[in-house]
Design a binder for this molecule. Structure first.
Ligand SMILES: NC(=O)c1ccc[n+]([C@@H]2O[C@H](COP(=O)([O-])OP(=O)(O)OC[C@H]3O[C@@H](n4cnc5c(N)ncnc54)[C@H](OP(=O)(O)O)[C@@H]3O)[C@@H](O)[C@H]2O)c1
Length: 336
């Protein structure tokens, strides 16, 4: 199997495979049918990804209360020069109080968070360090200023932001160059095209598209969160439950039709659509689908070779505007 093409993150950032790997689901949020064997397959998935040319690996300090960084760490250590390691700070959680959640952007917190991530990962630097969520009560001068100090100290190579709007991206970029913006972008989630995407294109900031498979919904593997385990995070996402789920599943008919016509899977059509945003909006786009399984990883990376025609793209165009239900039950920490 051939390796995937590459692209450059930001104007001076690292070269990465055009598709990355989201590692979050290896530790939390999505129900795990594997029990203990899940981690073994996840580790094998990380290795297989690198063989296929995937180099951008995405984690965060809050995934599994740090366990996702611990899972990914030995893999990164073993391939330190080949891997572009991305992690994030800002969402403070407490395992002994799952209802606690705070968005921390203050400099003191950032300095502690990076050292904690480096310890869990077992490396001496992070390639791409994102602010996971923005707390508007903390000036960007403070948070991006503190992030810039980490670059100067050699703890971090490049900076990123997640779920900020175009105005915030511009302000941050004027403080220190931002290499990548990571936000949700998929056939179902296109609100970023209003402000964040044009700003990123103008500034030369790469777009790392998270949940490009609509958290699995676009693959057709489930059509209602009720089919998933009780604790699965998607049970709390309005678009995957009740009447919304049935309405949204019906919207996928054109995706299934293109998949059948092209001998592809619906997930591959969804990923190809995100990848082709690069040409439409003139910026580097790196989707980071999340999977714990080598077979799905191989299916997902093969989507980098699927080029949708203009006619196919036109049939997909109306979908996002018809989606029922927000991306999160609580959208308060998302900059619209
Ligand atoms: N910045 C942020 O705020 C933020 C938010 C969410 C996510 N992220 C990052 O983005 C990454 C990707 O997003 P995501 O994991 O939420 O959503 P996603 O990539 O849209 O979907 C992941 C889900 O789809 C399933 N899946 C993957 N490939 C499949 C295939 N070929 N066929 C059928 N099902 C498939 C996975 O299950 P299996 O694992 O069982 O294959 C998982 O349940 C995360 O891992 C994380 O690193 C960032």
């Amino acid at each position: 199997m051939s390796t995937i093409p590459t692209t450059t993150l930001g104007t001076n950032g690292p070269v990465v495979g055009v598709q990355g790997l989201g590692c979050m689901g290896m530790s939390e949020f999505y129900s795990d049918q594997f029990g203990d064997t899940g981690e073994t397959e996840s580790r094998a998935t990380l290795e297989r990804a690198l063989e296929l040319g995937v180099t951008l690996f995405d984690t965060a300090d809050m995934y599994g209360y740090g366990r996702n960084e611990q899972l990914v760490g030995p893999f990164v250590q073993a391939h330190r020069d080949e891997v572009v390691l991305a992690t994030k700070f800002a969402i403070e959680r407490r395992e002994d109080d799952p209802t606690y959640r705070a968005v921390r952007n203050d400099a003191t917190y950032i300095r502690q968070a990076v050292d904690a991530s480096l310890r869990r990962l077992g490396v001496d630097h992070i390639d791409l360090y994102y602010m996971h969520r923005r707390n508007p009560e903390v000036p960007l001068a403070e948070s991006v200023g503190a992030m810039a100090e980490l670059v100067a100290a050699g703890k971090v190579r490049f900076l990123g932001l997640s779920e900020v709007n175009g105005e915030e991206l511009r302000e941050a970029h004027a403080i220190h160059p931002i290499t990548a913006l990571q936000s949700e972008w998929s056939l179902f989630s296109r609100d970023v095209e209003r402000s964040a995407v044009p700003a990123a294109a103008e500034l030369g900031v790469a777009f790392v598209a998270y949940s490009p498979l609509g958290r699995g919904f676009l693959t057709g593997s489930f059509s209602n969160a009720g089919e998933l385990a009780a604790g699965d995070f998607r049970n709390y996402q309005p678009r995957f439950t009740g009447d919304n789920a049935a309405h949204n599943a019906a919207l996928l008919a054109p995706v299934h039709k293109i998949a059948a016509d092209r001998g592809a899977t619906p997930g591959q059509v969804a990923l190809a659509w995100v990848q082709q945003r690069a040409q439409v909006h003139h910026l580097a786009v790196v989707p980071i689908p999340g999977t714990r399984k080598r077979t799905r990883l191989e299916e997902n990376t093969a989507a980098t070779r699927l080029i949708l025609t203009d006619a196919e793209l036109a049939t997909l165009e109306p979908i996002a505007a018809q989606v029922a239900g927000d991306r999160y039950a609580d959208m308060s920490s998302i900059s619209r």
